[in-house]
Design a protein around this ligand. Structure first.
Ligand SMILES: [Zn+2]
Length: 257
């Protein structure tokens, strides 16, 4: 039976996400930006929390862990590579692990770059992935800990998931990501058209996520680093995809938009 997924904004631009299996009642919170916001969401849905799936150690993703664990008894799963930075962690996972969520397999991908231990939770049966700060709608996470080359491989890994895979991302940055994307990929008709959709959603204070792999492959400049258009736009006619990606990510770091 299909999982029920509930997305809600919290803090200034984070997203909280609850994943609920209606058969067993099992419910996971993807990260805990704010324990109170997650508890309110659980109450609104009438769900009881059993799991916390942590993607990475940044404070706006783990600061509610201990409070939420104390309030619900949830078991915290998180990345082995940064387990020492995840408050309350009970179970560590790494690349290639497949864990069970109420009969739904969950594949773990390590996606270093934003942080060294960042992981993605991919539910192949349900065609959904929780990618947090690895890939955003029209963007990708800032490279704080890994190398640009590592981040390219991580972004590419998410982009290689099946086209229909829904992507839940960690932040609502889509409007500003679109403004930057237009500076490096200005003739992309799919990107131009997406701008309208995004502005409409945001004007109504609606989330622009989930997105999906097909939409991101067509419009996300980081995932288009291997195309002739982006090579040309970044003045790297013979650049490798990793080099073009690095140039785009660096330009975004300096973008004032
Ligand atoms: Zn982060």
């Amino acid at each position: 039976m299909a999982l029920d997924i509930f997305l809600f904004p919290c803090l200034s631009d984070n997203y909280g996400v609850l994943v609920h299996d209606p058969v067993s009642g099992r419910t996971a919170s993807i990260d805990v930006p704010d324990a109170k916001a997650v508890l309110d969401a659980l109450q609104a849905k009438g769900w009881r929390l059993t799991d916390i799936f942590t993607t990475h150690h940044h404070v706006d993703h783990v600061q509610g862990n201990l409070e939420l664990k104390a309030a619900t008894g949830a078991v915290i799963t998180g990345p082995a590579r940064e387990a020492d930075k995840i408050p309350g962690i009970d179970r560590t996972v790494r690349e290639g692990d497949v864990i069970d969520f109420a009969g739904h397999p969950v594949e773990i991908f390590e996606t270093p770059g934003h942080t060294l231990g960042h992981i993605v939770y991919y539910f192949p049966q349900d065609e959904v992935a929780f990618v947090a700060d690895t890939l955003f709608a029209l963007g990708c996470g800032r490279v704080f800990e890994g190398t640009l080359e590592e981040m390219w491989r991580s972004v590419e890994k998410v982009g290689a998931l099946p086209a229909d895979t829904k992507l839940y991302v960690g932040h609502e940055y889509t409007e500003s990501n679109w403004r930057f994307a237009m500076t490096v990929d200005p003739t992309n008709q799919a990107l131009i058209a997406r701008g309208e959709v995004i502005r409409q959603l945001r004007a109504e204070s609606k989330p622009t996520v989930p997105t999906n792999v097909a939409i991101e492959r067509a419009t996300n400049p980081y995932l288009r680093a291997a195309t002739a258009e982006l090579r040309q736009s970044m003045n790297l006619p013979n650049g490798t995809p990793a080099e073009v990606f690095a140039a785009i990510r660096t330009a975004k770091d300096n973008f004032k938009g």
